[in-house]
Design a protein. Structure first.
Length: 254
């Protein structure tokens, strides 16, 4: 009988196939997200639990859910490690209040913008420093986070005329300011505002740099980028967006 193996073979094939599909279905879809958790209210460690929370973290979770991911894994790293980590495939996306710049656009791909910021000079309250333009920064000890647009701004506009101290995180730069090791830090306006609410510091001046934040993916990962843009656009048009702003900024303007 030539066909006597056909039925058992068919049964085996069906069993193998359902087994394979079963495994595929059970596998969790995880979006690996890189951030630098030193930038409240966008990303920071909850003082009580140590958990990484913030506007960006909740936003990427909403986006991941819309795209169909089961969960999000957050990897905390120094800001200047984010682009290399994307490149190396260690993370799928980076969200960290990242300013979209032409230089960075050569290294990674960015989503549509979701926030705007300028650069603020933050000083200790009552330290009597007056800043009206970049020249007033001359001679000061200025702290920034390595690799940020704040660092680049100070290097380009003040350069050798001041002592620029680079820190791995903005929290360390802020600590150095509070403890009197430096005179000022230059940091994005929304984060500067948050620092003034939590510490004895004030904003001395704002440089209008007109920056916009985007979510970054590895260069050429168009499939993921398109999904992120669709989800982000939907969220920004929904009530979720206002709720998120209300929760982390306490008002619904950006
Ligand atoms: N917007 C600035 C930049 O792109 C600062 C971002 C710093 N972000 C952070 N999570 N520490 O360079």
């Amino acid at each position: 009988m030539r066909y006597r193996f056909l039925v058992p073979m068919f049964i085996v094939a069906v069993l193998v196939l359902t087994g394979v599909l079963g495994c595929v279905q059970k596998q969790e879809m995880v979006l690996v997200v890189g951030t630098s958790a030193d930038f409240p209210p966008f990303e920071y460690k909850d003082p009580q639990t140590g958990e990484i929370v913030g506007f960006d973290i909740e936003l990427i979770k909403l986006i991941a859910k819309k795209i169909g991911y089961d969960k999000v894994e957050i990897k905390d790293m120094d800001f200047d490690s984010l682009i290399p980590a994307l490149d190396a495939g260690q993370i799928d996306v980076a969200i960290a209040g990242i300013t979209i710049t032409d230089k960075r656009k050569q290294q990674v791909d960015f989503s549509i913008p979701y926030w705007s910021a300028d650069q603020a000079v933050v000083i200790r309250k009552g330290s009597g420093i007056t800043i009206n333009d970049v020249k007033d920064l001359y001679g000061l000890n200025i702290g920034v986070q390595s690799g940020t647009t704040g660092a680049i701004y100070v290097e380009e506009h003040v350069g050798e005329n001041a002592t620029i101290k680079e820190y791995p995180t903005y929290i360390e730069a802020l600590q150095a300011l509070i403890t009197g090791q430096i005179d000022a830090i230059v940091v994005d306006t929304p984060v500067a505002q948050r620092f003034t609410q939590q510490y004895d510091v004030e904003i001395a001046h704002v440089f209008e740099t007109g920056e916009q934040y985007g979510i970054a993916v590895k260069k050429g990962n168009t499939d993921l980028l398109n999904k992120i843009n669709d989800a982000l656009q939907q969220i920004m048009n929904s009530e979720d967006w206002n709720k998120l702003i209300e929760k982390y900024f306490g008002s619904s303007s950006s």
